[in-house]
Design a protein around this ligand. Structure first.
Ligand code: NI
Length: 210
């Protein structure tokens, strides 16, 4: 009897406690959702963040077999895309868009920009394969490859995700498909999504360099 009353004494105050807890959790969720929503609207902060987060030092080999670092690209704006030459669709499409966007620029604007294609598949994308590949898209396009470790460094610097999709010999590589427009100091000015409109991309670049 004493035991029973002790148990019910414990259980009765529990119920309002649970309700208060649920209300608290809901309130916390509401605050988190509100904070996230207000963060999204706060574009200057978001832009500043990504500007600081994207980019960094790297050392790679270009499609002519010359060693290059991030310092070699700092006299110009850099338009850079990460992918791989065996990519069946996404990379060719985005590199074509990149090339088309450059054709909307005037010669003065064009000579201030270095278009770059960085492979995320250096095991297959040798210097020779990169040289064959980049010339299909644009005469100025520079292909960059390197060791797995060197490519990992630039992938991390640009927050690029890339991973083999399977273990077969003709493996595909899952990868992020952003095109980054970098300032002369190597910091991010603008990023473009997969399938961007070339004319729109060109207009944005022109507005940023003029
Ligand atoms: Ni691709």
């Amino acid at each position: 009897m004493k035991n029973e009353s002790h148990m019910s004494q414990q259980e009765i105050p529990k119920k309002p406690t649970v309700r208060i807890l649920i209300s608290l959790i809901l309130a916390i969720i509401a605050v988190i959702v509100w904070l996230k929503a207000s963060n999204i609207e706060d574009t200057p902060t978001a832009a500043d963040n990504s500007r600081a987060l994207i980019g960094g030092a790297f050392a790679l080999t270009d499609h002519l077999g010359q060693p290059v670092t991030d310092e070699d690209f700092k006299d110009k704006y850099m338009l850079v895309y990460f992918g791989y030459t065996y990519c069946p669709d996404v990379c060719p499409m985005d590199l074509q868009i990149m090339a088309d966007s450059l054709r909307f620029l005037n010669p003065e604007q064009l000579e201030q920009i270095t278009p770059v294609f960085v492979t995320v598949d250096p095991e297959r994308d040798t210097v020779e394969i990169m040289a064959e590949y980049v010339k299909f898209f644009h005469e100025d396009l520079i292909g960059l490859t390197g060791t797995l470790e060197q490519v990992d460094v630039i992938k991390k610097a640009f927050r690029v995700y890339a991973a083999k999709a399977d273990d077969s010999r003709d493996y595909l590589v899952d990868h992020t498909a952003y095109t980054y427009f970098m300032d002369k100091d190597g910091s991010l000015l603008q990023h473009f999504n997969h399938g961007e409109e070339p004319e729109q991309m060109s207009a944005i670049m022109a507005s940023l360099i003029n």
